[in-house]
Design a protein around this ligand. Structure first.
Ligand code: PEP
Length: 248
C-alpha cells in the first residue's frame, strides 16, 4: 500500500454565495467520507471564515491564494498570519488561472510558497503545461521548472502537496488519461528524488487536477503515483463526495 495518504482538494474558484456555500458544507458534514482521505476545500476568500465556522472538524479549509509579505500596505492581499488567525490551515498557490490571467511568475509563486511554509500552513502547489507545450513535448520541462523555482527557495516539502494540472484539462471536460497523468506524476517523483531526496519523493503527495469527475476518478486513483485530486467544477456538486471516496 502507498506510504502517502490520499488527498482530495476542492477549488470553488470564484463561485458560490453564502447560501450555496452553506449547503455544500452541510452536504459534506452529513456525508460518509472515507476516513483515509484527507479533504481540504478552498472557497473564495470572502467565505473562508463562514466555511470554517460551519464545516465539521476533520475537513480543512484552504485559501485560493496568499501574499508573500507579513503585513502592511498591500491593498487587496491577505497574509499567512491572517489565515492562521482564522484557522485556515492551507492555501492553493500557482493555480494556472493565476499564472495565466494574473500573470504570476514562477518566482512569485515560489516566494509565496516559502512564506506560507515558513508560516506553518500547507500549500497545494499547482503546476501544469498548456496544450501547445504538451504537443511540443515540453510537459516535463515546464512542470519541473515550475517546481524547481520553488525548490530553490523551499527545502522542506513536508507540507507541500503538488497538484499536476494540465491546463488543457482544466474546466474543459477533457480529462487526462490515466496513463498521461501517471507518466507526468512519475516524472515529477523522479525529479523530487534528484532534487529533494528519496524521502521527499516517497512521501510527497502528487495529486491530479483537470476535469476530474465521479465518473473518471476511480480509474485515475488506481495509478501508482496519483495520490489524490484537485477538483474544480465537481467540488461544487454533491458528487464531490464520490471523488473523496475514489479509493474506498
Ligand atoms: C481546478 O480548478 O483546479 C480544476 C482542476 O478545475 P476542473 O476540475 O473544473 O477542471
Amino acid at each position: 500500500s502507498s506510504p502517502r495518504q490520499f488527498f482530495v482538494g476542492g477549488n470553488f474558484k470564484m463561485n458560490g454565495n453564502i447560501d450555496t456555500i452553506k449547503s455544500i458544507v452541510k452536504h459534506l458534514n452529513d456525508a460518509k467520507c472515507d476516513p483515509n482521505t484527507e479533504v481540504v476545500i478552498a472557497p473564495p476568500a470572502l467565505y473562508l471564515l463562514l466555511t470554517r465556522e460551519h464545516l465539521r472538524p476533520g475537513i480543512e479549509v484552504a485559501a485560493q491564494n496568499v501574499f508573500d509579505k507579513p503585513n502592511g500596505a498591500f491593498t487587496g492581499e491577505i497574509s499567512v498570519a491572517q489565515l492562521k488567525d482564522s484557522n485556515i490551515t492551507w492555501t492553493l498557490l500557482g493555480h494556472s488561472e493565476r499564472r495565466v490571467i494574473l500573470q504570476e511568475s514562477d518566482q512569485f509563486v515560489a516566494s509565496k510558497t516559502k512564506t506560507a511554509i515558513d508560516g506553518g500552513i500547507g500549500v497545494i502547489l499547482c503546476c501544469g503545461e498548456t496544450l501547445e507545450q504538451r504537443e511540443a513535448e515540453k510537459t516535463v520541462d515546464v512542470v519541473t521548472s515550475q517546481l524547481s523555482a520553488v525548490a530553490s527557495q523551499v527545502k522542506d516539502w513536508s507540507k507541500i502537496v503538488v497538484a499536476y494540472e494540465p491546463i488543457w484539462a482544466i474546466g474543459t471536460g477533457k480529462v487526462a488519461s490515466t496513463e498521461q497523468a501517471q507518466d507526468v506524476h512519475a516524472a515529477i517523483r523522479e525529479w523530487m528524488g534528484k532534487e529533494l531526496g528519496k524521502e521527499a519523493a516517497e512521501k510527497t503527495r502528487i495529486i491530479y487536477g483537470g476535469s476530474v469527475s465521479e465518473k473518471n476518478c476511480k480509474e485515475l486513483a488506481k495509478a501508482e503515483d496519483i495520490d489524490g485530486f484537485l477538483v474544480g467544477g465537481a467540488s461544487l456538486k454533491p458528487a464531490f463526495v464520490d471523488i473523496i471516496n475514489a479509493k474506498a
